[in-house]
Design a binder for this molecule. Structure first.
Ligand SMILES: *[C@@H]1O[C@H](CO)[C@@H](O)[C@H](O)[C@H]1NC(C)=O
Ligand SMILES: *[C@@H]1O[C@H](CO)[C@@H](O)[C@H](O)[C@H]1NC(C)=O
Length: 547
């Protein structure tokens, strides 16, 4: 479904070029088989997406700078892609696993991703990016440990657990997708899962020891609150940044976000509730798991601890999250040695989300532009100089008040620009935004409308650097990002219905340089299916192929 027939010659030439990977860094090899299989996380059998027969999929464990070679076999009956939320794929947006940068893996075929976790540490996750597959599973944790000689700002924990939490539907993902394709909205979820279980997920701990929990919200729609009965949590890392170690009794995790906390088994020996509940919803969904002491004398008991109610609490918790400037990150030098607050901002881009209809069907938009994918993935159109696939510059930097319109939006930006992006949320639900290929500094987050005066309240000293950020209802969030990674990068809503129905676009970070120091060539194994998208593929990507 990539380039049209007349470009086939160009594509063959592309195949003969070599990919550049830093040869000196270690390699880890994975072979993944993606299948449908029966799961029953809420007691009702449904069709899930499994990786090597697992739901959720296996964790990827790696160390800073590792090359991860992941051969993914698609045994589903539909095209498939895996994306790596938070892995920056430096100089290599081809490996991003989103439809704008690569062709899907056809049913019965495989594709080998070559990722490098260059200069990264921290907790992230992977997920299937096409066709609402995320509602059926196919996700798993990613952890990047520090290299042996780089100091970590806390003692090694006794163990390290991945906790994938998310809202869940008992409905098949194809049925959910059909509802959206037919113009409808996603209903309220049926429940919440912890590591693929609707109830009873268990963490085993030993008295006196300290554990690291890596919590990611892999759900579709809802911000969640995470807490453990009688146990305080020490926040230590967020999406690759070591934080000031605030102690919290509960933690808000918005859709797509990841947090690491330490907990210590310092309570009387019994079992305790692990609790996850939806935030800011009229009806609150709650699920529980079990924190099990090895010498536990009693099962879980007592009241399930409640979540702090008000939005203002969540706001304050978010603002209190700071970078530990003296701790090391991926490199030995302190995280605070990059003074982002002193870099001159070269461009301000204001982005507002909106909801509306196109031809009587529900759509979502950024700057009124509701994203429709092109037949040819945008990055491939760029690479092979195929004109007419998208019109650059379709999104302006300033707010617009146009009605929602269909558009294949690509925002042009210069390599090495230092950009301020303001996310403006005029709607009454929490938004969550993710930028591929980067982490960014969250400099401000306030209720009300943003104005240039709002900059006075920015944190230009120790804001956290991350890749997914929330925007509260009728509020704004501002980020700073240094565009040092050439490529075509997806900027999207993490609320999966909104992403699917158009609240996303691509940022083309561009240089005239063709040096491999700035961007790698297309991978030698790139899938380049010649010919227009067929109707079934289109149904995976578009809610209305008549537009
Ligand atoms: C598919 O897997 C085989 C090994 O079984 C490998 O040699 C080949 O390169 C893979 N194909 C792609 C496109 O990565
Ligand atoms: C920040 O990191 C340093 C260096 O590892 C550590 O000594 C200090 O306790 C940390 N500070 C806070 C407030 O977390």
């Amino acid at each position: 479904m990539a380039a049209k027939g007349k470009y086939a010659g160009v594509l063959v030439m592309g195949l003969s070029l070599l990919i550049a990977i830093a040869a000196e860094d270690p390699y880890r090899f994975f072979e993944w088989h993606v299948t449908h299989g029966t799961i029953a996380p809420m007691g009702v059998k449904q069709q899930g997406i499994l990786i090597n027969k697992m739901f959720p999929g296996p964790d990827i464990r790696s160390v800073t700078n590792d090359n991860l070679i992941i051969n993914v076999f698609n045994h589903l009956d539909e095209p498939f892609l895996i994306s790596w939320a938070g892995i920056q794929n430096r100089k290599n947006s081809f490996q991003d696993g989103v439809y704008g940068t690569t062709c899907p893996i056809p049913p019965g075929k495989n594709y080998t991703y070559a990722l490098q976790v260059k200069d990264q540490i921290g907790s992230f996750y992977y997920f299937p990016s096409l066709g609402f597959h995320k509602a059926a599973g196919g996700f798993g944790g990613i952890r990047i440990s520090s290299r042996p000689l780089i100091p970590v700002p806390f003692p090694p924990p006794a163990d390290d657990y991945t906790l994938l939490i998310g809202d869940w539907y008992k409905t098949n993902h194809k049925a959910l997708r059909a509802q959206l394709n037919n113009g409808g909205k996603l209903p309220f979820p049926d429940g919440i899962l912890i590591n693929g279980r609707g109830t009873g997920a268990t963490l085993n701990i030993q008295p006196g020891k300290t554990y690291r929990l890596r919590i990611s919200n892999v759900g579709l729609k809802n911000s969640l609150n995470f807490r453990i009965q009688n146990h305080a949590m020490k926040l230590v890392e967020i999406e690759g940044t070591h934080t000031i170690q605030n102690v919290v009794s509960s933690l808000d995790v918005h859709v797509g976000q990841s947090y690491s906390v330490l907990i210590t088994a310092n309570q009387p020996a019994k079992d305790y509730y692990i609790v996850v509940s939806t935030r800011f919803t009229p009806k609150v969904l709650t699920t529980t798991g079990v924190l099990h002491y090895s010498n536990s004398a009693r099962p879980v008991s007592g009241p399930i601890p409640a979540a702090p109610a008000p939005m203002s609490w969540s706001f304050s918790q978010a603002r209190a999250i700071r970078t530990n400037l003296t701790a090391s990150g991926p490199r030995p030098n302190p995280q605070g040695s990059y003074h982002y607050g002193m870099v001159k901002v070269t461009r301000t881009i204001r982005l507002a989300n909106s909801a509306g209809q196109i031809k009587g069907k529900q759509r979502y938009a950024v700057k009124s532009a509701s994203f429709y994918p092109s037949d040819t993935p945008l990055k491939l159109a760029d690479y092979f100089h195929i004109n007419g696939v998208y019109k650059p510059g379709g999104i302006s930097d300033q707010p617009t008040n146009k009605p929602i319109f269909p558009f294949t939006s690509v925002l042009q930006a210069d390599y090495r620009a230092f950009v301020e992006i303001v996310f403006e949320n005029g709607e009454n639900i929490v938004q969550s935004w993710h930028l591929n290929g980067y982490s960014f500094f969250v400099v401000g987050m306030e209720l009300g409308k943003w104005s240039p005066d709002s900059r006075k309240a920015y944190n230009l000293n120790d804001a956290v650097s991350r890749c997914t950020v929330q925007v509260y209802p009728r509020s704004w969030t501002a980020i700073y990002v240094g565009l040092d990674n050439v490529g075509m990068w997806n900027l999207r809503s993490e609320l999966w219905e909104r992403q699917y129905l158009g609240q996303q676009f691509y940022m083309r970070v561009y240089t005239t340089s063709t040096s491999l120091r700035d961007e790698y060539r297309i991978p030698t194994n790139a899938l380049l299916v010649v010919g227009p998208m067929d109707a079934r593929d289109k149904a995976l990507l578009l809610s209305d192929d008549s537009v």
